[in-house]
Design a protein around this ligand. Structure first.
Ligand SMILES: [Fe+2]
Ligand SMILES: [Fe+2]
Length: 383
């Protein structure tokens, strides 16, 4: 994306992060775990093309409340919001939706880099296989959010400094499990909760579809993280596990306290301090922040990082109740919602895949099918 789309100056267009990776080859080609191979198979079968599965002809009005309900805007209800004209509110909507999708976009690039790093550094071949499918998934996610921001929103924000700091820490760490824990469990766990908000509450059909399909892919990524880390963490010493838990706690507090769209208030020339104070105290923010953890908490528990310091932090953050959420059920639901979106568009994923394999645009194939059906009906009618 050309940097002219950015609403704030981007201090560097190429960000270089030194990291001391150790690349691991593995010559044992027959030492595979069934569950990971099944996931790898699924990863291959569920590949799709973002250019054809989505309807990019949909027109998006980035200033419309259809993109997300106004009550989800952090300063909604404040006297600053109340005093704004409709034009000014439309500006806020545009900047918020651009800020959020830009963070998704930069985060997805982080996921792309991290998945490829896992291919290099994870010692088991079955994990390398699976992670290779994830690299492709993440590239598709970057492609989609990039196109959405560029073509539909026409406004972008640079990466949020706190997200950047966390990304830096995760990428600079040479241990493969830290890449996975930081990226897949924490950053993408937060992102998943935000994607779900758009999927479930936005009325903008393109963004809804993008997030529904991304969540279908992410369901596999989370499953991989759980399988790989659940096997790995019991093999570590208590001190090593403690170190991971400490990282989880710090990263969760950082994301909760800092990741709050401050750049938007600055850019719009609002009183930043007042905005931040309002956001800090608003009931909506509390609910939103709590909800952001709905995906992280059950995963952290499942992979066995459930010592006293993690539990204490989650109690303090008011998110301990998510420990009872069943991650398998959540994933099954994410996958089912994506399938039903395909079906509601009139084409089963299988039919769509075979249309694509035959080199036919699925939208066009659907039209053809419909024309044939209408033709048949006409023929059936008595003359
Ligand atoms: Fe992703
Ligand atoms: Fe992912």
């Amino acid at each position: 994306m050309s940097t002219r789309r950015y609403t704030l100056p981007v201090d560097q267009t190429k960000w270089e992060v030194p990291s001391g990776n150790v690349t691991v080859f593995n010559w044992e080609y027959d030492e595979s775990r069934d569950q990971l191979l099944t996931l790898y198979e699924k990863g291959k079968e569920k590949q799709w093309n973002a250019q054809t599965r989505l309807d990019w002809s949909i027109e998006v009005d980035p200033r419309s409340p259809a993109n997300g309900p106004d009550y989800a805007i952090p300063i909604f209800g404040s006297d600053m919001w109340e005093r704004m004209t409709e034009e000014e509110r439309a500006d806020v909507r545009h900047h918020i939706v651009a800020w959020m999708n830009s963070q998704f976009l930069h985060g997805e690039q982080g996921a792309l880099i991290c998945a490829s790093k896992v291919v290099q550094t994870v010692p088991d071949l079955d994990s390398k296989f699976y992670a290779a499918t994830q690299v492709m998934d993440e590239a598709r996610h970057v492609e989609m959010y990039g196109r959405y921001v560029q073509e539909k929103l026409e406004l972008a924000y640079p990466i949020n400094p706190d997200l950047k700091a966390l990304l830096n820490q995760v990428i600079a760490d040479e241990r493969w499990d830290m890449t996975y824990l930081g990226m897949q469990v924490i950053i993408e766990g937060l992102a998943l909760a935000a994607f779900a908000l758009i999927r479930d509450f936005s009325e903008e059909p393109l963004s809804k579809a993008i997030n529904t399909y991304v969540m279908q892919d992410e369901a596999r990524h989370v499953a991989f993280g759980r399988l790989a880390l659940r096997d790995y963490y019991p093999q570590l010493t208590q001190a090593e596990r403690d170190e991971r838990e400490e990282f989880v706690v710090e990263a969760c507090y950082l994301m909760r306290n800092r990741f709050m769209a401050q750049e938007v208030w600055e850019r719009l020339g609002l009183d930043v301090e007042r905005c931040m104070r309002y956001v800090e105290e608003a009931e909506m923010t509390r609910e939103f922040r709590t909800m952001l953890f709905s995906r992280i908490v059950p995963t952290v528990k499942d992979i066995g990082l459930w010592g006293p310091q993690v539990q204490k932090a989650y109690r303090d953050l008011g998110v301990l109740q998510y420990q009872d959420v069943d991650p398998d059920q959540l994933q099954a639901q994410d996958e089912a919602l994506a399938r039903s979106l395909d079906t509601s568009r009139g084409m089963s994923p299988e039919a769509e895949a075979s249309a694509r394999l035959a080199g036919v645009d699925p939208g066009r194939a659907l039209e053809v099918e419909e024309t044939i059906r209408l033709g048949d009906e006409e023929e059936d009618e008595p003359a």
